[in-house]
Design a protein around this ligand. Structure first.
Ligand code: PLP
Length: 400
């Protein structure tokens, strides 16, 4: 057998990737599966963006680019941050990578050493803890109550900080809950951070254009500009512009950190795809109506699923502020018995039951660090969501 490094044996394959694969496998076996595991837009990339990529190929934009991205993409990012968030993103504060995922990984790789702690509020996006572990650090998971809309409180943050804390990770709007921090809440967390100058903040705002709340989307850096020398904001084109396969994400942050990320990038991949960078620049600078149109649809689906799930006895669900996920509470069904006589002991049992009884594929809350919940994605058609809600209602009603 090949002896693998600890950084690999200590981590797992992303549970959402694994659940999506399970759903695909069952479908391939001919089973009638309604897949609610997908974390990507069901829409295609807008044609205008594709055309720019095709033109880039014909124009010979087919070579390595600067490690920190093409001047066009950096310009587009700078413009976007200035106009939307009033954040100044000079060239030495921008890193571009093969997806937000790569940038996040490189940020931890650049800063985390054995014994370093990274505070991750739960429920969390499944990749944060494993990225920290893969880089030798220790995730410090802070459970966040549904009663507080799954948000980290200043008191819980204060209590979690130790001399070994390197990072606080925030994700707003959140995968898996869709919940976002208000400007006041960000300010209150910022006040705690200002008392602990050794803590860096990683704010993952990749869903910030998919927004439903009646308060404005805010970045921690806009609300607490005093954190400019230790806050890094991650974003990308995957979710907003239906460009997951193009693999472009980026970060704005302190120059020394961005420099370190770019140094690693120079040894890891040199740069992301030149063609994808051309497309991403066009996405950020072009007309934004495709985003607006998809958000209208995401919101309608989300509202529908929210109402349907809350009407099912045993389930309850808070209303998302953005993104395309719901994170229903299934506490009311724990302890119930399936028609085949199995007791539902936890949220994993529940999602397995949904899959086996009605062919609905979701992901159990334990994967996101907080039970008993499950995540469903609403980045799928209204017809599929309607069918899924019918099936979930039927499955729940069959429990005794
Ligand atoms: N951050 C969050 C919260 C996500 O849900 C995802 C994708 O699922 C990402 C970052 C990374 O996206 P990408 O690597 O496609 O930019």
């Amino acid at each position: 057998a090949i002896k693998l490094a600890r950084r690999v044996t200590d981590i797992k394959i992303s549970p959402s990737t694994a659940a999506a694969q399970r759903a695909r496998d069952l479908k391939a076996e001919g089973r009638d599966i309604v897949d609610l595991t997908v974390g990507e837009p069901d829409f295609d990339t807008p044609a205008a963006i594709k055309d720019v990529a095709i033109a880039a190929i014909h124009a010979g934009d087919t070579k390595y680019t600067p490690v920190n991205g093409t001047p066009a993409l950096r310009g587009a990012i700078r413009h976007d941050y200035r106009s939307r968030l009033k954040i100044d993103a000079a060239d030495n504060r921008i890193a571009v990578g093969g997806g937000g995922k790569q940038i996040l990984f490189l940020a931890f790789m650049a800063t985390v050493e054995a014994g370093d702690e990274v505070i991750i509020p739960a429920p969390y996006w499944v990749s944060y803890p494993d990225m920290v572990i893969a880089n030798g650090g220790t995730p410090v998971i802070v459970p966040c109550a549904e009663a507080n809309r799954f948000k980290l409180t200043p008191a819980a943050l204060e209590a979690a900080i130790t001399p070994a804390t390197r990072w606080l990770v925030l994700n707003s709007p959140s995968n898996p809950t869709g919940v976002a921090y208000t400007p006041d809440e960000l300010r209150a967390l910022g006040e705690v951070l200002l008392r602990h100058p050794h803590v860096l903040v990683l704010s993952d705002e990749i869903y910030d254009r998919i927004w439903y709340a009646d308060f404005p989307a805010a970045s921690i850096l806009t609300v607490v500009p005093e954190l400019a020398d230790r806050a890094m904001i991650v974003n990308g084109v995957s979710k907003s512009y239906a460009m997951t396969g193009w693999r472009i994400g980026y970060a704005v942050g302190p120059a020394p950190l961005i420099g370190a990320i770019n140094k690693l990038q120079s040894q890891m991949s040199s740069c992301p795809s030149s063609i994808s960078q051309a497309a991403a620049a066009a996405a950020l600078t072009g007309p934004q109506d495709s985003v607006d149109e998809t958000v209208v649809q995401y919101r309608a689906r989300c509202d529908y699923a929210y109402a349907r799930l809350n009407a099912i006895p045993g389930l309850s669900c808070i209303k998302p502020d953005g993104a395309f996920y719901l994170y229903p509470n299934c506490a009311g069904l724990i302890g119930k018995v399936t028609p085949s006589g199995k007791v539902i002991e936890n949220d994993l049992d529940f999602v397995i039951y949904l899959l086996e009884s009605e062919g609905v594929a979701g992901i159990h809350g334990a994967a996101y660090g907080l039970s008993p919940y499950f995540r469903i994605s609403t980045a799928t058609s209204m017809a599929v969501i309607t069918d899924a809600c019918d099936r979930i209602a039927r499955a729940c009603a069959a429990l005794t």
